[in-house]
Design a protein around this ligand. Sequence first.
Ligand code: AMP
Length: 291
Amino acid sequence: MKTITTGHELALQWDTARRSGAVIGYVPTMGALHEGHLSLVDRAREECDVVICSIFVNPLQFGPNEDFESYPRPVEHDLGLLEARDTDIAFLPGWTEIFPRRERTLEDFGTHVSVPRLSHQLCGRSRAGHFDGMVTESLLFLNLVRPDRTYWGEKDFQQLRIIETLVGNLRLPVTVVRGATKREPDGLAMSSRNKNLSPQARALSPNLRRILQEARARLLDGGSLPAVLDTAREQLTGLGFAVEYLVACEEDSLSEVSVLEGPFPVRLFAAAALHGVRLLDNIPVTEVARG
Ligand code: AMP
């Protein structure tokens, strides 16, 4: 595995790979890698000749009071994991390689792309500017890495839909591949922030997915959507979760729905904090086989 820190070195590797006709697969991450990230690396390994994984904690997607400075950065450990999964190139640019004036915000950077129709609901409500910062940096990295295929997790479904829309609308020459959410054996969706859960919160955390699954079962039994969601919110609150949202949305438009009868697949989406640690999850409702 080659570890590369500059766009220039990456371009040289890209030229070599392209000359040999290689298909290039790319997994963008912020590090603190777990099996969720590594499942995307494995998928890229199966489908591509050259696998590139980036680790970069993107300052543009963190709000002023969010955990940009304290976000975990276990670089050596991450590199060991990537090497063990047969990654070809680990791309770890420093902050100033990407943002030469140490830009911290989109305003500092002075350039942005946005997918507004998908960015203001769900997580966009509480994290103003988050998705614009995410999608701007992601486009920058797609331009640097120039992959044929790029791998994104359904765990962050809104993010995935924003990237798919960016790529589709702007005709970026890359295929976006969806990776299923990887979970702990008890059902908790893997996340770099799960380490922040206290033992007590960790023990309660699988209830988020369990309650989503129960809500899905009730809906498929014909339960009324508003009533089922109310019950699920109450259950979570009763267990000590601070529920930010628990809603049903169409998969493509991420528009909230109040009945299940529409023609489009629907998912349940939830964000809830346990003892200050924000957990996210989503499961399909009308496409049960993919859950
Ligand atoms: P992050 O490092 O959190 O920015 O995540 C990098 C990529 O890994 C994104 O495409 C995430 O959706 C994906 N990812 C994170 N957690 C999981 C998971 N539990 N299962 C599948 N993909 C995941």
